[in-house]
Write a protein that binds this ligand. Structure first.
Ligand SMILES: NC(=O)C1=CN([C@@H]2O[C@H](COP(=O)(O)OP(=O)(O)OC[C@H]3O[C@@H](n4cnc5c(N)ncnc54)[C@H](OP(=O)(O)O)[C@@H]3O)[C@@H](O)[C@H]2O)C=CC1
Ligand SMILES: O=C1O[C@H](COP(=O)(O)O)[C@@H](O)[C@H](O)[C@H]1O
Length: 499
């Protein structure tokens, strides 16, 4: 059977055979994203034919078949569009499991040595550290100590460190064993199709620059509520918290993509330089403009301390002090166990200087009942015009504007101009974020990976909140977070609204 995924002409097959070692292969990310992503690449014919994959965790939870079946269930659920039991079995035959801890990696090192020997001279290993940030440095030391890092490339999951000092230490430790050009610091939001959609929109068109600034933009909202709860990740949440997990990483990176200056080139160097410059202008976050929340019942979850003060929700207002953005609030929100799972980046525009049409501020009139796209039905009329982008692999781009309603009267209502790349270009196959980033790492392409300096700067920006974290306010499961967080986004509110 020919795999539909392989039809895209934009893909380049990876030819260099490698051995891939995934540390944290018994964890949530591996089951939910990494192995499903690798399986998609396999189905698309984009994995080197002789790629061997060694998964590792502290201990095996059964025999090898059990491990493969566990991953297979994940692929069935999270790569359902390409899942096929026969092809999974073919793919799974490449997967092994060898336990390793930060203290003892000898068996894994031996397994990797054998795999490299079997694969021959071109067996350049790729090591993927998908482990909690609290143990990342120890893990890198173990990997270096045992010789596994020799000649290897290294993918480091986010968050990279837990603060500025630990990120610097981690950078220094990695530098002892792996040259910088072989280090891939991953933030999978940067691998989303939507991010490249936004780059294309901003820098592939001549018109956007003229209004992409403080003169025309009233606010930027990055809204990432998640309906899911802990999903068995209590230990991770307790040691990391949502601020480090989501805000210092994904949400700040999305702010970066929305706000950077045009890069000289769309490569790793060009993008990293622009993000670093932007993050240098990002004002250190103010605890007084930050709300932490904890969902009701969090402390009753297995593995959570009875008196835990860990935040499962964060909302904040950030400011970029440069010529383009001075005075424009950037509103960031995310949390677990919220009303729905959505990811929206919304740029809200200033109103027209003169209200020529009846019924609204600056020219907005009555709402149309058509064309509201994915938004709930109860949008107040006074909401501003906006451009919003779903941060997904099949993004919807929507420009909401005032428009004349048909008929004799000159009535203005809100209407949406929408664009969906996967519908506009039905023959092209979008890539899921991890699929894209794994492919890039296997190919040695760093364009969509973050740089050390920008991560360090982001930790500096986050430090005031880490030093003086607001006490978490309770919120009901399935809600939109604590009341104080709703107030933070007044007057226009968050992008994902209480339906
Ligand atoms: N889950 C998600 O949706 C996403 C997670 N990430 C990132 O991926 C990384 C992993 O997250 P996730 O999979 O959710 O975490 P989990 O807690 O589900 O899994 C952690 C993994 O790390 C292993 N591990 C923990 N401590 C040690 C240790 N001392 N020595 C060896 N292995 C250890 C665990 O092994 P064992 O099972 O034996 O305990 C397990 O395989 C994190 O950095 C996270 O930020 C990024 C994007 C999304
Ligand atoms: O990095 C993380 O991301 C996920 C959200 O991303 P998704 O692509 O899996 O929806 C988040 O749930 C998790 O807590 C965090 O570690």
């Amino acid at each position: 059977m020919n795999d539909a995924h392989s039809s895209s002409a934009s893909r380049t097959a990876v030819r260099d055979p490698r051995v891939l070692v995934i540390f944290g292969a018994t964890g949530d990310l591996a089951r939910r994203n990494l192995f499903p992503g690798l399986f998609r690449l396999f189905r698309a014919g984009l994995l080197p034919d002789d790629l061997r994959i060694i998964g590792s965790g502290r201990r095996a939870r059964g025999d090898l078949q059990h491990f493969r079946d566990h991953l297979g269930e994940g692929a069935r659920e999270f790569a359902s569009e390409v899942f096929d039991a026969r092809r999974w079995a073919e793919f799974a035959a490449r997967i092994d499991f060898v336990a390793a801890t930060t203290e003892d990696g000898s068996q894994l090192a031996e397994a990797l040595r054998r795999a490299r020997e079997e694969a021959g001279e071109r067996a350049h290993p790729l090591l993927y550290l998908s482990v909690p940030p609290s143990i990342a440095e120890e893990m890198v030391r173990m990997v270096g100590r045992t010789g596994m890092a020799d000649g290897a490339s290294l993918i480091m999951e986010k968050p990279f460190g837990t603060d500025l000092a630990s990120a610097r230490r981690l950078d220094a430790t990695i530098a002892e064993f792996v040259p910088e050009e072989r280090v891939f610091r991953i933030d999978h939001f940067l691998g989303l199709e939507a991010v490249r959609t936004l780059l294309a929109l901003r820098f592939g068109n001549g018109i956007f620059e003229s209004f992409w600034n403080r003169d025309h933009v009233a606010s930027v909202v990055i809204d990432v509520p998640e309906a899911l709860g802990l999903e068995g990740r209590a230990a991770f949440m307790e040691s990391t918290g949502t601020f480090r997990d989501m805000v210092s990483t994904h949400l700040c990176q999305m702010l970066g993509v929305a706000a950077i200056e045009p890069p000289a080139r769309l490569d790793a160097e060009g993008l990293r330089a622009r993000r670093l410059a932007l993050f240098r202008s990002l004002r250190p976050l103010d605890p007084a403009e930050t709300v932490f929340g904890q969902f009701d019942g969090y402390r009753d979850e297995e593995g959570v301390a009875d008196d835990s003060t860990v935040e499962t929700f964060v909302a904040l207002r950030a400011w970029v002090d440069n010529w383009r953005w001075r005075g424009v609030p950037f509103l960031l929100r995310t949390g677990k166990a919220m009303g729905s799972s959505e990811r929206l980046l919304t740029v809200r525009f200033r109103e027209a200087p003169l209200a020529l049409f009846a019924g609204g501020r600056g020219g907005r009139g009555e709402r149309s009942s058509e064309g509201r796209g994915a938004r709930p039905d109860d949008l107040p009329d006074e909401l501003p015009d906006e451009l919003s982008l779903e941060l997904s692999d099949r993004p919807l781009l929507r420009l909401r504007l005032g428009a004349k309603r048909p008929g004799a009267e000159l009535r203005v209502a809100r209407g949406d101009l929408t664009f969906r790349p996967d519908i506009a270009f039905p023959d092209d196959e979008p890539l899921e974020a991890y699929e894209k980033l794994l492919l890039d790492a296997l190919s040695g392409d760093q364009t969509l990976f973050t740089g050390a300096a920008e991560i360090e700067r982001l930790w500096e920006v986050c430090q005031p909140v880490l030093d003086d974290p607001p006490g978490p306010l309770p919120y009901a499961r399935g809600s939109w977070g604590p009341r104080a967080a709703l107030d933070l986004a007044a007057p226009d509110g968050w992008a994902v609204r209480d339906a």
